[in-house]
Design a protein around this ligand. Structure first.
Ligand SMILES: Nc1ncnc2c1ncn2[C@@H]1O[C@H](COP(=O)(O)OP(=O)(O)OP(=O)(O)O)[C@@H](O)[C@H]1O
Ligand SMILES: [Mg+2]
Length: 502
């Protein structure tokens, strides 16, 4: 065994986040870690990497007792991690980010940039990762950032690499690249602990898988002898799968755009039309401009040409405040940046933009507020100590649910959803799908963006293809396969390159 924990526990404010965990990880294996939102996965990882200190129990690593006091100590001992909430410094270049927390090499009185570059180059090449060493993290795409985090994790000799939901905003092809890197690390003898809500990945990558539930370890299984149903049964008490119904009927056009262009050049030429009663999926590979299109429609990004119509009316200019007042809501992929205020309580976050409904003459009616928030958090099964808990303290998936709950409370007519189920567990994910379908059935329109194509095909009535900042075909989602959609995406992306070259 490479790593063993014995009766490890950790609590927050008197509530156990982990209790009596006896977990073991073999030398060189890829080990999956699954469980509902709030089950304790990230907490376990933070104990193993010196972010938190355990209160009871003991850990051994490589045969000797192991008690990391800081993340740096864990790295020195040979355990590196890529946390669920990424930690790159946006204004730093790849090289500077790779050296975060490490001493800069010096040449006399000066920082030896040349040797830093060489080292980062060597580490990334060794792992088969292509990096632009001088690009700042802010300018990188999500997969580039993930790759940079991996390089940073490998700057030390690493015997165990821990990945907490590494594919959360990656599309299939980008995830493939990541899986190749994982394969290469494994063949070099690095053990990997892998957290994901995407069970397909667990089955594809792992040798064994451990299920956590309510802070306890339920079971560790050999992946080859487990099924998807087994895992879900062990993770959750009740779960009803079942396909999602399609649109009953569609009504008037709620939102449309034609030849929309964003000022920053991320959206080049987008046209689409969303009707009452439908869920319109938008799918494209990474860098296709899906997120940027939603943000331009919402007014977060300035448009520069083209036309947006809301309920048939041409909008001269949109801003988030205007969009909100016209019944449009954006559920953003970047919950930390745009979706929530970590320091405020769950109650405050959920009722933030719905304050009009629960206040009279500017005074918030506390009881009504509490009730409204309660009904939402119940429905989405937000796991928290209470409404007064700070959102920062919730698990990643539960934070995402808070963002979603808040949006529902504002009763929008048009939903712009950008990865609304990112980081959310399998069980709540279907609940969110059902909620969106119910909203569509009562006359709302939903634009649904996800990097997970299977998810798009599960929920959408029609699928709009995007590539290279442009919209292409719209497909009726009847017997549509992932293959067909991907083929179109690749073809359009290729066509773009060809026309640019000629
Ligand atoms: N700093 C903290 N303060 C208070 N409670 C915390 C803190 N960190 C975690 N918790 C609580 O510990 C529990 C486990 O959280 P953890 O983040 O480990 O869940 P998780 O399994 O990673 O979930 P997810 O799939 O949503 O990421 C949750 O109930 C969470 O609210
Ligand atoms: Mg987590």
């Amino acid at each position: 065994m490479l790593l063993e924990t014995k009766n490890v526990s950790k609590s927050f404010g008197g509530i156990y986040a982990l209790r009596d965990i006896c977990f073991s990880l073999r030398e060189g294996e890829v080990h999956g870690l699954v469980g509902e939102n709030g089950a304790g996965k990230s907490t376990l990882i933070k104990l193993l990497t010196g972010v938190y200190q355990m209160e009871e129990g003991s850990i051994s690593f490589g045969g000797s007792p192991y008690l990391p006091r800081t993340p740096a100590a864990a790295r020195r001992a040979g355990i590196s991690v890529i946390h669920q909430d990424r930690t790159l410094v946006p204004t730093f270049t790849a090289v500077e980010n790779a050296y975060l927390g490490l001493p800069y090499p010096r040449k006399g009185a000066f920082v030896d940039w040349k040797s830093m570059e060489k080292k980062v180059q060597a580490v990334s090449q060794d792992a088969g990762i292509e990096l632009d060493l001088h690009m700042t993290a802010a300018r990188m795409s999500p997969p580039q950032r993930t790759c940079l985090e991996i390089v940073r994790a490998l700057m030390h000799d690493c015997r165990l690499l821990i990945l907490d939901e590494p594919t959360a905003s990656l599309t299939e092809r980008e995830s493939e690249t990541l899986f190749e890197i994982i394969g290469r690390l494994k063949s070099r003898g690095t053990a990997i602990l892998y957290v994901s809500h995407r069970l397909d990945e667990i089955f594809r990558l792992t040798d064994r898988v451990t299920v956590l539930k309510n802070g306890t370890l339920v079971k560790t299984l050999e992946t080859a002898s487990a099924t998807r149903e087994d895992l879900i049964r062990l993770m959750a008490d009740h779960y009803t799968a079942g396909g999602l119904a399609r649109a009953k009927n569609t009504g008037d056009e709620l939102l449309s755009c034609s030849h929309l262009k964003s000022r920053d050049g991320t959206v080049l030429d987008a046209s689409l039309s969303l009707h009452a009663g439908e869920i319109l999926g938008i799918f494209g590979l990474g860098g296709s401009g899906r997120t940027e299109l939603l943000e331009t429609l919402y007014g977060l990004r300035s448009a520069d040409g083209g036309e947006i119509r809301l309920m048939g009316e041409v909008q001269p200019r949109l801003s988030p405040a205007r969009s909100l007042s016209r019944g449009m809501a954006l559920i953003s992929e970047d919950r930390r940046g745009k979706g929530m205020i970590g320091n405020l309580s769950v109650r405050e976050n959920v009722s933030l933009s719905a304050l009009q409904d629960v206040s009279r003459r500017g005074i918030v009616r506390k009881k009504q507020e509490t009730q409204a928030v309660h009904s939402m958090t119940e429905r989405l099964q937000v796991r928290m100590a209470g409404q007064e808990q700070r959102v920062l303290e919730l698990s990643g998936g539960n934070q995402q649910k808070v963002v979603f709950a808040r949006t529902l409370l504002t009763r929008p007519r048009i939903f712009l959803c950008d990865e609304p189920t990112q980081a959310v567990d399998v069980m709540t994910r279907s609940e969110i799908h059902r909620l969106l379908r119910a909203e569509a059935d009562r006359g709302c329109g939903v634009l649904f963006v996800s990097s997970d194509l299977k998810e798009v095909l599960e929920v959408a009535d029609r699928v709009q293809i995007m590539a290279s900042g442009r919209t292409w075909e719209v497909l009726e989602n009847q017997d549509l396969t992932t293959r067909q959609v991907l083929d179109l995406c690749y073809r359009e992306a290729r066509a773009k390159v060809k026309s640019a070259n000629s």
